[in-house]
Ligand binder design. Structure first.
Ligand SMILES: [Mn+2]
Length: 311
């Protein structure tokens, strides 16, 4: 599989790398880490990393902006993205060949070549693995910029090596990556900024959520709240699961107000909620799904439905 991917990379002059919407450090790290790895070893190739610009990740890099014609005859690689729905920039199908590299369960098998390894802590870890193969068979070297990005991705997805997903392989990769000459402290500062904002918002959520007598929870994150905590809707989304820690909570919804709609993010510990998500034009898994509401009236209606489901 990885050999096939190396062949494709060598075959194409233009390579465009995508990742998921509402990016996190592993999305940026795997995408841009791979971009810089390829660019460094094949300087004549054109290698782009695309997707929406996320200001809170500027310490890692900024995405490239390209026109549609660049996709003609190009190789497209999508990293860290389980399903097509979550691919940032839907032009990913416009190239000649599509490759998926991911570590989430492979429910949506998209692409001509699929490399999914759910035992990996992060896709950044997989890209490091990929580099080592390239090193053995093609004599690749890893540029420091790439090492820095991959390290950030691993640190991000493992919660600084705290999660059980951090294996011997993860630590081995991280151990090799820190031998490159990048400023680890500056990197941690950037990540700390992200974590600090999220922790403050989490405190606010624990103080302001509501729960009815049946264990149906609700939390509204308005534009005002996002501004108050200087966070984005994507950062707030990371906290949906945190309400599961509340005693007696059975199922809950977090409404996150975006520019032109309200995201409905549903979680449950029993009652099946993806039917409700479908009713509101969304979908997902039985215990974790989402939809979107045009306004607060619609959002309120979805909460009422959730209350009925939990009765
Ligand atoms: Mn990831």
């Amino acid at each position: 599989m990885q050999r096939q991917i190396i062949d494709k990379i060598e075959q194409f002059d233009t390579i465009i790398i995508h990742r998921h919407v509402r990016p996190d450090p592993d999305a940026y790290g795997s995408q841009m880490g791979l971009q810089k790895l390829i660019q460094h070893n094949y300087p004549t190739k054109k290698v782009y990393a695309v997707g929406e610009h996320e200001p809170s990740l500027d310490f890692l890099g900024t995405p490239d902006v390209i026109t549609d014609d660049v996709y003609e005859g190009a190789l497209v690689i999508v990293t860290d993205t389980a399903n097509t729905e979550r691919v940032d920039d839907k032009r990913h199908t416009k190239g000649a060949v599509l490759i998926k590299i991911d570590h989430h369960p492979n429910d949506d098998v998209y692409g001509d070549i699929v490399w999914v390894d759910t035992t990996a802590s992060s896709v950044s870890e997989l890209i490091f693995d990929f580099f080592e193969l390239g090193q053995r068979v093609k004599g690749w070297t890893l540029p420091t910029a790439s090492a820095r990005l991959l390290y950030a991705g691993i640190v991000g997805d493992t919660g600084r090596f705290r999660y059980p997903s951090a294996t011997l392989k993860t630590f081995t990769a991280a151990g090799k990556l820190i031998t490159y000459d990048f400023d680890r402290e500056a990197l941690y500062n950037g990540m700390y900024e992200l974590e600090r904002k999220v922790l403050q918002l989490q405190g606010y959520i624990y103080q302001n959520f509501t729960m009815d007598e049946n264990g149906t929870g609700r939390m509204d994150i308005t534009r005002g709240v996002l501004e108050q905590f200087n966070t984005t809707a994507s950062e707030a989304s990371l906290l949906v699961s945190s309400l599961g820690n509340v005693k007696g909570m059975k199922a809950w919804v977090m409404f996150i107000e975006e520019a032109d709609s309200i995201r409905i993010r549903l979680r449950s510990k029993g009652p099946v909620i993806n039917g409700l998500a479908k009713e509101f034009g969304g979908g997902g898994h039985p215990l974790a799904s989402g939809a979107s509401a045009a306004n607060w009236d619609e959002a309120n209606a979805s909460y009422q439905r959730l209350q009925e489901i939990c009765k």
